[in-house]
Design a binder for this molecule. Structure first.
Ligand SMILES: *[C@@H]1O[C@H](CO)[C@@H](O)[C@H](O)[C@H]1NC(C)=O
Ligand SMILES: *[C@@H]1O[C@H](CO)[C@@H](O)[C@H](O)[C@H]1NC(C)=O
Ligand SMILES: *[C@@H]1O[C@H](CO)[C@@H](O)[C@H](O)[C@H]1NC(C)=O
Ligand SMILES: *[C@@H]1O[C@H](CO)[C@@H](O)[C@H](O)[C@H]1NC(C)=O
Length: 353
């Protein structure tokens, strides 16, 4: 009798715990989603394809290595140090001119979730979408947490969980590390990035809601027969309308539409986190070699060619896309992204006929 009485209570207790457990999972999954800052439809579609791209590339390029492009010597490394110093000085000059407008006020208030920590190598890296981030997260993970990525189906989510300070991003220890560690930022020509976002997100229909919005708002009557994909011009008109001309990061941030074209200087809190290594897609072979050697990173030679250099057809395609736009529209977009051009030493010239 006693036994029978006890049993249901035990069962009840167990299922109550299960319910709490499920609620907790849903809660954390939701929280994670907010933190990832990624469109939910995007994540599963894009991450595996990045990986597939890389694997496919490696299969085709097995015999090529970086050595055929760059022969490193001590002088070369010293030259690189000078390059990074000059790049940092240019950023610092523009930060100075921006004053408070360029700052989040305090390090703990800046978007630290965009940073990836590799504590064992004393480095912090700021990822900007569409600037080779999949490759870099692979290098950091393979160095710090070998084997983990191999078993993961969501590279970006996994990397976000591992590549952070154990004490939490806003802890005093982490803030201290931001001053002591080497700080790396990855950038590329701002318009080449916008063209790349157009190709990969808009034309490949990764953001169907945005596509519908752009077509319904920016398509002219005479172009109604052009189908459901926004043209590059329509996409740029959308960007121009939704990006403030004001250079202040507070303005940029409050009008932010998507991380794939969000300004580097605001995304990475460039005036608060003083990056000492500014790596560019245009010099990625030299920059990768330097970073690999300095931090002893695990970067297989095979993958080095996966980075797109200046001469890649994608950069040429970007120039072509912009040259087909009305010049005033290109200039209007430039005004909205000018800080990214100025700070990282890019110019508009090649985009105007
Ligand atoms: C790599 O080079 C070797 C010999 O040089 C050749 O036999 C092989 O087919 C090459 N592999 C690829 C993937 O090109
Ligand atoms: C900016 O670019 C110009 C021309 O490419 C170059 O000569 C100069 O050294 C660069 N400056 C910095 C700070 O990178
Ligand atoms: C990755 O995992 C698969 C199976 O889980 C294994 O066969 C393969 O050797 C692993 N590769 C590396 C580089 O660890
Ligand atoms: C750029 O690519 C073209 C053709 O793809 C090639 O002829 C040219 O030599 C390349 N330029 C450089 C600097 O590598």
């Amino acid at each position: 009798m006693k036994m029978l009485h006890r049993l249901p209570k035990k069962l009840l207790c167990r299922s109550f715990k299960q319910v709490i457990f499920i609620i907790a999972i849903i809660y954390f999954a939701h929280l994670n989603f907010l933190m990832f800052d990624i469109y939910p439809v995007d994540i599963n579609k894009i991450i595996p394809s990045d990986r597939e791209l890389m694997i496919g590339y490696q299969a085709n390029q097995l015999n090529r290595s970086l050595d055929q492009f760059v022969i490193p010597t001590i002088t070369n490394l010293e030259d690189r140090n000078k390059v990074y110093l000059e790049r940092a000085q240019l950023v610092s000059k523009h930060c100075h001119a921006l004053g408070d407008q360029g700052s989040y006020g305090e390090l703990s208030k800046s978007p630290l979730h965009r940073l990836r920590w590799l504590t064992s190598r004393k480095l912090v890296m700021c990822f900007n979408a569409k600037v080779g981030t999949s490759s870099w997260l692979q290098y950091l993970m393979d160095t710090g947490y070998p084997g983990i990525l191999n078993a993961s189906r969501n590279w970006h989510g996994t990397a976000e969980r591992y590549l952070k300070p154990s004490t939490g991003r806003t802890s005093p220890e982490a803030i201290q590390q931001l001053q002591e560690f080497d700080r790396i930022i990855l950038v590329r020509d701002p318009f080449a990035r916008i063209a790349s976002a157009y190709r990969d997100k808009i034309r490949r229909r990764k953001m169907p809601g945005l596509n519908r919005h752009i077509v319904s708002s920016y398509r002219r009557l005479e172009d109604k027969s052009k189908g459901d994909l926004p043209t590059f011009e329509e996409f740029v008109r959308y960007l121009v309308d939704h990006t403030p001309t004001d250079d202040s990061i507070a303005e940029k941030r409050s009008h932010r539409t998507d991380r794939h074209w969000f300004h580097y200087y605001a995304n990475c809190a460039i005036c608060d986190i003083h990056y000492n290594i500014i790596a560019k897609m245009e010099t990625i072979q030299e920059d990768t070699r330097y970073i690999k050697d300095k931090f002893n990173l695990v970067i297989p030679d095979l993958t080095w060619n996966n980075h797109h250099g200046t001469n890649s057809s994608s950069e040429e395609a970007a120039v072509q896309l912009f040259r087909d736009l009305p010049g005033d529209l290109t200039k209007a977009l430039y005004i909205r992204y000018r800080m990214d051009f100025l700070m990282f030493n890019y110019t508009l010239d090649k985009y105007l006929v």
